[in-house]
Write a protein that binds this ligand. Structure first.
Ligand SMILES: [Zn+2]
Length: 222
């Protein structure tokens, strides 16, 4: 696959500038520290909470590729998306509901891999555009009962590439509708946007302010 990957340090100014670069800007591990030093807002933050279940499917073979993709199971988000997701977690507590996290920040290298497997931009991002997961600004989430630890009933399994998985599908039971609506309300009230083809995927509204990162989980965890 031919990709034109251009690294532009001018991206440091992106907090106030537009992001209308013709070519994709990819931040590698060697640039990360200096970029975060210049603009602390651009850091990727590890999510820790007693009210989440970490279930990173791509760190297991229980995903559409049927192989282990990520070498580490970790949840990182851009600073603003992280703050917003903590608000979602607080929003859900009175309902006795917690968040299952299936995926969050995804190093760019895996977006390239997924595109090689599924050439369909309804379900995986075109590497020439990058994914909002690569920006630390997308999360794949479900809900669980805080008392029992059991998952709430949702319309489909995670990464079910069918029309039934659409955010606004009517093909679901009353209970599934109620659960999806609670998830959508919690997310959209706290800065996230729906994604049309996947009930589990949400984008942080300010994703345009963040670059594409290609930094491994192990490097981020150091
Ligand atoms: Zn997603």
């Amino acid at each position: 696959m031919k990709l034109l990957l251009k690294i532009i340090f001018v991206f440091l100014l992106l907090g106030s500038a537009t992001t209308s670069f013709a070519q994709l800007t990819i931040v590698s591990s060697s640039q990360y520290d200096s970029i975060v030093k210049a603009s602390p807002k651009l850091q990727l933050v590890s999510l820790k909470s007693n009210f989440i279940q970490q279930n990173i499917k791509y760190a297991t073979s229980d995903n559409f590729t049927h192989e282990i993709v990520y070498d580490t199971a970790a949840i990182f988000l851009s600073l603003d998306a992280h703050t917003a997701l903590l608000k979602v977690i607080d929003f859900l507590k009175p309902y006795n509901v917690g968040l299952i996290i299936y995926d969050a920040y995804r190093p760019y290298r895996y977006t390239v891999k997924f595109w090689d497997l599924i050439h369909d931009d309804r379900y995986v991002a075109d590497p020439q555009k990058g994914s909002r997961h690569n920006r630390g600004c997308a999360v794949d989430v479900g809900l669980y009962d805080l008392k029992t630890g059991k998952s709430l009933d949702m319309p489909t399994a995670y990464d079910d590439f069918s029309e039934k998985a659409a955010a606004n599908s009517k093909d679901r039971t009353k209970l599934q509708s109620k659960n999806v609506e609670l998830l959508q309300q919690a997310m959209t009230c706290n800065g996230f946007q729906l994604f049309a083809t996947e009930w589990w995927h949400f984008d942080y509204s300010g994703y345009q302010q963040y670059p594409i990162y290609d930094i491994s989980f192990q490097e981020l965890s150091k």
